[in-house]
Each structure stands twice: as structure tokens, then as C-alpha cells.
Design a protein around this ligand. Structure first.
Ligand SMILES: O=C(O)Cc1cc(O)ccc1O
Ligand SMILES: [Fe+2]
Length: 437
């Protein structure tokens, strides 16, 4: 089956899997073509300003009202939601983890979700959670939707097929997918077990950052975002519907497949994006710019420039800055930084930060290059140098990130992370302004 996508970010898309299924010129005809039901899926309040108003119209065999009812509670203790009760006594520190091993037993995208941190508060729809997902088994006749937030999914190993009500997406190791709040979907591994990172955004949807003086091109370009075309199945068999709602999980059984949307139109839809299509803009003179120049997507708050979540990447790029310390500088940040590595090496930490690994530099906790990176950057020859085959990323939020017990007790938590800065000597010599080692 060839998957087809429509290009663009936040477009008013329209797509039909059966010719003539999409009503033209109106949303709610007295009778929809082919006996379909019309249903609106609203991702923003009806009265949101035009630029942030998001909704889609779905034309389906049965309305979603038949998907919910008589829900039974489901226990998924590893998927936490903010505010979560902190059940560990871990002291405050900069933290780093090696990759979480993929289990031998069957875990699906829902049962294999492991929350690392939560931030903010789901009840007021601010903040986010960071998870590691582990998938060894497909969701079979099972569909999930999240009322708490949208999910940004970044595989680090393996390929995922994400079947949603609005169409099918496939994502591999340099891709991300975003599934909006309320969109039903299931996940299947395509080529063996898969592991990756998830940001669950409780706040306003991810959008493209303004480019300011950069202009109309570069960074993440809208045409590189891909939304699937309509796809449906006609299956009158048992399906489980799992809903995540204010941190709780609720399941019910229905007698048909909810992937029955034959046509849809609107601007509220899942999408995928290949991170290698990001066109980085950086320092071509001197100094190291703030990482915000690498923002792929931002989820704003009501306060200008203060994101609920920024999704930032550190892709392949040339380093050319002259007379400059090229890696990230030492710093403390009011925003809380969770990092992951999809592949390759990260230039501030060439050792110890592994693909599939993670680090957390929380609100106002100092961090920066390790000693080896400092020495290399301070004395290396400053010829143009290309960082190749690398893709690190950061989920950065204005809210402090609270560690789950799972994260605090993970066997892959490094107990010596802070030692990477221990060897930074005192070099100060008041008689040598031209310090050269
Ligand atoms: O801490 C990090 O490694 C992420 C980061 C990278 C960078 O280039 C500048 C600031 C920053 O927080
Ligand atoms: Fe940082």
C-alpha cells in the first residue's frame, strides 16, 4: 500500500477516499453523500481568533458518540500526567540516562509508554510530559485517543505505522509525527521493535515559530510537513477504544472499526515531518547563537516568547564561526531542557550521551560542554567543520520538569554524570591575559 500525503502546515486540507464523499460548498447537508454522518472535531474554542482556529469536518460511517459510553477504568501506572505525585527522594541534579532497553515481552504504544518527566498542570491545559515509548507489539483492534494533549512522536529506533481516523502516516528514525488531541489512532511497528521519544503537549498546539528577520524561507518550511490523505476500513468487528482523560485511562468496547472516516476537510489533522528537511541558519561570522534558531515547532503560552514547549533540533550543519568557542556555552536557563539523541554524537558531549539516551537540565541548573569538549573547542583549529550524521533534540518548557519515580530509579540513570564537568581546571592567571593553555 502506497501512503500518500498532502504538503503544508495548518492548511485547509480536503481529501476523500471515495469520489463524491466530501460535501462541497457546505459542511452539513441535510443528508450527506453515501449516508455518511458529518462530525466536527474542534481543536480550538469556536471563538479562537482566525489564525489559531482549528477544526476539521469528518464524514464517517458512524459518529464518534458511539465510541464512548460505559467506559471502564484502565490502569497504566507508567504513563503519568502533571501534576503527578513525586514518589522518590532523588536529590536535585543534572541528570543523564543511557537508552532504556527494549523489553522482550509484548508492549504496545499505550502499554509501553514510560513517563520520564511531567511539567505544568493538565487541568489548566498548560505544560507537558516527556515519555520514552517502547513498542514490540502492534495495537490490534484497539484504538487510542488522548484528550489531554497532542503527541509529538520521534522514533529513535524502528519504523512506526500510525493509523489515524484521518489517514495513515509512517515514520522512521529522522521523522516526527504529531497526532492532535482527540484524534483516534493506533500504532504498529513496521520493521521490528521500536523505541523513541514522545512529548505530550497539554497546551496550545505546536505551530511554526515566526522567522522574524530570517524572512520567508529556511528553518522548517511548511511544504515539508505532510498530512495523510483520507483512508477508511469497513469492519464490523470488536474494537477497544482507550481514552486518556485528565491523566486517567478509560476503555470501552464497540462493534466496529472507528477508522471509518471516508472524507474530511479542515486544518486540524495529524502530520509528519522529516527533520533532515530543516534548513538551519546559524553564525557565519562569530559566536554561538541561542539554540532557539533551531526551533522546529513551538507551542506558545499567552506570554509572548515564553513557550509551553519548544521543540528544537541540533541537525547536521557546518561550523564556521571564527575566533569563537563553537559548542554550546556554559549556561543556566529559566526554561527546563530535556534532551534526546536520535543518532550520531552531540557536540557538547561526544562521550556519554548515547543515541536513545536522555539528559535533563532543569530550571536554573547549570550545564554546558564536558571537559573534553571544552579542551577540544578551546584549542582546535577553527577551520570550517561539518557536524555530520547527527540529530539531537530538546523539549524545552517554561515549567520545571518533575521526575517520575520510573525515571529516578531507571537502571540506566548515570550516577556519575556531573563528573563530566569535574575536571574543568581553574586556568585563571592574572598575569596572563593571552591564556593559551
Ligand atoms: O544545553 C544544551 O546542550 C542545549 C543547548 C544548545 C545550545 O547550542 C545552546 C544552548 C543550549 O541550551
Ligand atoms: Fe542548555
Amino acid at each position: 500500500m502506497v501512503l500518500r500525503y498532502m504538503p503544508g502546515f495548518g492548511n485547509d486540507f480536503e481529501t476523500e477516499a471515495l469520489e463524491g464523499a466530501l460535501p462541497q460548498g457546505q459542511n452539513s447537508p441535510q443528508r450527506c453523500p453515501y449516508g455518511l454522518y458529518a462530525e466536527q472535531l474542534s481543536g480550538s474554542p469556536f471563538t479562537a481568533p482566525r489564525g489559531t482556529n482549528e477544526r476539521s469536518w469528518l464524514y464517517r460511517m458512524r459518529p464518534s458518540v458511539q465510541h464512548v459510553g460505559r467506559q471502564v477504568k484502565l490502569d497504566l501506572p507508567h504513563w503519568k500526567t502533571a501534576p503527578h505525585i513525586v514518589e522518590h527522594g532523588a536529590p536535585l541534579a543534572q541528570l543523564r540516562w543511557d537508552p532504556v532497553p527494549i523489553p522482550k515481552e509484548d508492549v504496545t504504544f499505550v502499554t509501553g509508554m514510560r513517563t520520564m518527566t511531567t511539567a505544568g498542570d493538565v487541568y489548566t491545559q498548560v505544560g507537558m510530559a516527556v515519555h520514552v515509548y517502547l513498542v514490540t507489539a502492534p495495537m490490534v483492534d484497539e484504538v487510542f485517543y488522548n484528550a489531554d494533549g497532542e503527541l509529538l512522536i520521534a522514533p529513535q529506533q524502528g519504523t512506526l505505522r500510525i493509523t489515524t481516523e484521518l489517514g495513515i502516516l509512517e515514520i522512521g528514525a529522522a521523522d516526527i509525527a504529531v497526532v492532535p488531541r482527540g484524534t483516534k489512532f493506533k500504532v504498529e511497528p513496521v520493521d521490528g521493535p521500536s523505541r523513541g521519544y514522545v512529548c505530550e503537549n497539554y497546551g496550545a498546539k505546536f505551530t511554526l515559530p515566526d522567522r522574524g528577520p530570517i524572512g520567508a524561507n529556511c528553518l522548517a518550511n511548511p511544504r515539508d510537513f505532510k498530512t495523510p490523505v483520507a483512508w477508511y476500513e469497513e469492519k464490523e468487528t470488536k474494537h477497544r477504544i482507550i481514552i486518556k482523560w485528565c491523566g486517567g485511562f478509560h476503555v470501552s468496547e464497540i462493534g466496529h472499526s472507528p477508522f471509518d472516516v471516508v472524507a474530511w476537510h479542515g486544518n486540524y489533522a495529524p502530520y509528519k515531518y522529516d527533520l533532515r528537511t530543516f534548513s538551519p541558519v546559524g553564525a557565519i561570522g562569530f559566536d554561538h547563537p541561542d539554540p532557539s534558531i533551531f526551533t522546529v515547532l513551538t507551542a506558545p503560552t499567552g506570554e509572548a516568547g515564553t513557550a509551553n514547549v519548544d521543540f528544537v533540533i541540533f541537525p547536521e550543519r557546518w561550523l564556521v564561526a571564527e575566533n569563537s568557542f563553537r559548542p554550546p556555552w556554559y549556561h543556566m536557563n529559566i526554561m527546563s531542557e530535556f534532551m534526546g539523541l536520535l543518532y550520531g554524537r552531540y557536540d557538547a558531549k561526544e562521550e556519554g550521551f548515547q543515541p536513545g539516551g536522555m539528559s535533563l537540565h532543569n530550571c536554573m541548573l547549570p550545564h554546558g560542554p564536558d571537559r573534553d569538549a571544552f579542551i577540544k573547542a578551546s584549542f582546535g583549529e577553527l577551520k570550517p567543520h561539518k557536524l555530520t550524521g547527527t540529530m539531537a533534540f530538546m523539549f524545552e518548557t517554561r515549567f520545571p520538569q518533575l521526575l517520575t519515580k520510573y525515571a529516578a530509579t531507571l537502571p540506566t540513570l548515570q550516577d556519575n554524570y556531573a563528573d563530566c564537568w569535574r575536571g574543568l581546571e581553574k586556568n585563571f592567571d592574572k598575569n596572563r591575559r593571552d591564556w593559551n593553555g
